[in-house]
Design a protein around this ligand. Structure first.
Ligand SMILES: [Cu+2]
Length: 308
């Protein structure tokens, strides 16, 4: 079974590499297989509402490939927990605190009041939990490819999009532990075509964005001192897309925010927040057309771009 799986992986790898040869990007060739793809490639299946992923993975540079086979939008965020807690504490204490805040918003309380309740109810240890990246939002049928360097530890993988009834996907089962073991993998990060730098004021874009498979490096230069951090997501844009509306939808604390189905644009990937100083990578296969980089926080930040 394992050998069969490896053969399938190798076949898929060669098909992938063959497809890369059709464009001029600096992607791996069949003669030089990518270390990242061959050594520590982690498949994630996102459905409504579960993740299927390995229980444990080695540490070092890892490439996650998440396929969304559900009918809703999904993402995954990895959070490294302090040694004293596990997923049960996370669900009860962190999920519970967000649940209280969200219920307050639904009951018509102000956001200030709701965030006050969130602050009061989050456990002290949450200050030591660290967001360590993950796949940006992807619409049904899309695939997200993300590469991050992970230290050994206990992580939770979660998606907090909301269902039509307002429940977070985490509450519906879209949260799972992931152990990153002490075993080291000497993978190297991929070579990026485009560099994105995130600060508390802006998204900076370096490099020409062309069609085909494109690897984006995301450098997290700054993060705000508390609350959600800087991240980046790509949406497809057409005549009907209103980017302000998309930005509002990305705020979970809005009544229709992050409710899926209901996303006002098609999401094709991105990279979740990491601490300042880190760099992560994600890959998108871009057809010619109009797109925008969107941030979950701060609300309203986006940068439109065109691919020829
Ligand atoms: Cu989800």
């Amino acid at each position: 079974m394992r050998i069969f799986k490896s053969m399938v992986m190798i076949t898929l790898l060669f098909l992938f590499l063959a497809s890369c040869k059709s464009n001029n990007k600096e992607t791996p060739t069949a003669e030089e297989p990518s270390e990242v793809l061959t050594k520590n490639f982690i498949d994630v299946l996102a459905k409504d509402y579960t993740f299927t992923v390995a229980d444990s993975i080695p540490s070092g540079w890892s490439t996650f490939r998440m396929k969304n086979t559900g009918m809703m939008d999904h993402f995954f965020l990895l959070t490294k927990l302090p040694d004293t807690v596990n997923i049960d504490h996370y669900n009860r204490d962190v999920g519970g605190a967000f649940g209280i805040a969200w219920n307050a918003i639904r009951d018509g309380k102000s956001k200030d009041e709701a965030f006050g309740l969130l602050g009061e109810n989050l456990p002290e240890w949450y200050g030591s939990a660290v967001a360590m990246g993950g796949a940006g939002l992807i619409s049904p049928g899309e695939v997200a490819i993300n590469t991050m360097k992970l230290e050994p530890g206990y992580y939770v993988m979660e998606c907090y999009i909301k269902a039509e009834n307002g429940q977070f996907h985490t509450e519906l089962g879209m949260i799972t532990p992931l152990i990153v073991t002490d075993e080291q993998i000497d993978n190297v990060p991929p070579e990026a075509d485009v560099k994105l730098t995130l600060t508390n004021e802006a998204m900076q874009i370096e490099g020409e964005i062309t069609s085909g498979k494109t690897i984006f490096a995301v450098h997290y230069k700054e993060q705000p001192p508390f609350g959600l951090g800087n991240d980046i997501h790509i949406v497809k844009v057409d005549e009907t897309t209103n980017l302000d509306e998309v930005a509002q939808w990305m705020d979970w604390s809005n009544l229709t925010g992050m409710v899926s189905p209901g996303a006002p644009a098609k999401f094709i990937g991105g990279s979740q927040e990491m601490p300042a100083g880190y760099t992560a990578y994600f890959e998108c296969d871009l057809a010619p057309g109009a797109y925008a980089f969107m941030a979950e926080i701060p609300i309203g930040r986006y940068e439109a771009f065109k691919v020829n």
